[in-house]
Design a protein around this ligand. Sequence first.
Ligand code: SF4
Length: 356
Amino acid sequence: MSYHGQVPYLTPPDRLGDLLEGEPTYRATQLRRWLYRTPVLRTDDMTNLPLEARNRLRLWPFDVEVEQTADAGQTVKWLFRAPDGAAMEAVLIGYPDRATVCISSQAGCALGCTFCATGQFGFERHLDAGEIVAQVAYAAAHLRTVGLAGVPRRLTNIVFMGMGEPLANYDRVREAIRRIVEEMSMSARSITVSTVGLVPGMRRLAEEPWPVNLAVSLHAADDELRTSLVPINARYPIAEVEAAAAHYFETKGRRVSIEWTLMDGVNDTDEQADGLAAIARRLHAHVNVIEMNPTPLSALQPSSRIDRFLARLRRSGVNATKRINRGQEIDAACGQLRAIQADEQLKTAAPNADIG
Ligand code: SF4
């Protein structure tokens, strides 16, 4: 697959004029507005650009391979495919008062967390800043022009919790955040970057001008267990991750949140809850306890002790909430749609293969 036409999201915003050679300079300003201020799904909707200029553009840097809706039309998930075959997922989750998009920062992921569908597929490549911001723009355009049932038409929150580790693709993620804030005029406070604890990236992020929210995916309160779930913990153990999170809180004045995917018989014990509570209290962090979505290639299972776990955290004085698991019927956890797609392709290619 290759594209005819140039892809404006893959062009720096101040160079858009290069794509519109022969047109007056104000055309680049008009295009910039359509890309970032009032995004649309098709170039045909860029009504003030001449047809000839529109025809030169290929709006999105990906094709929409799958679009699924769930939760009575309030959740929509996309599997996007770049021309080189790289897959990226985004999920738009609507509420009566807000709309959040969860986006991918890499195609695949090299970090191999054992409970994560993306980790089980390995690393394909980093996403370009334009590919990252285009996921945000696509969701914003969908909200504006198609809408979700009972959801405001404006995108309000962005979370880097899809496929990939954002801080492993630092410079491109940084540029994507810059465009979201400076080109799309969204508040940095509405952006959350989630990391499994890449300490150098956490410290760099603390030096950036934008007060984005930082979420640390902890999942275990001791190094032995955490390294078995999140192998990068062998390089950046819990104490270092906690110190970097504390530094972020002190530097930015933004409360860090801790993500904890609850797995049956693994990290749902009272001892783990107490260890987590101690860390959360030291960081003044909010804890999100997430119901695990089982993945096709892992034996790990969701825990049935979620309410007991939450109650124990709260008794220890920790502010903790259960993450409402939206879009379960569409495999909304990161990497799951892609995992299912690959699974289907494998079945089609080799119907008798044992794929577990
Ligand atoms: S949980 Fe995040 S860092 Fe770990 S493998 Fe999955 S995408 Fe990568």
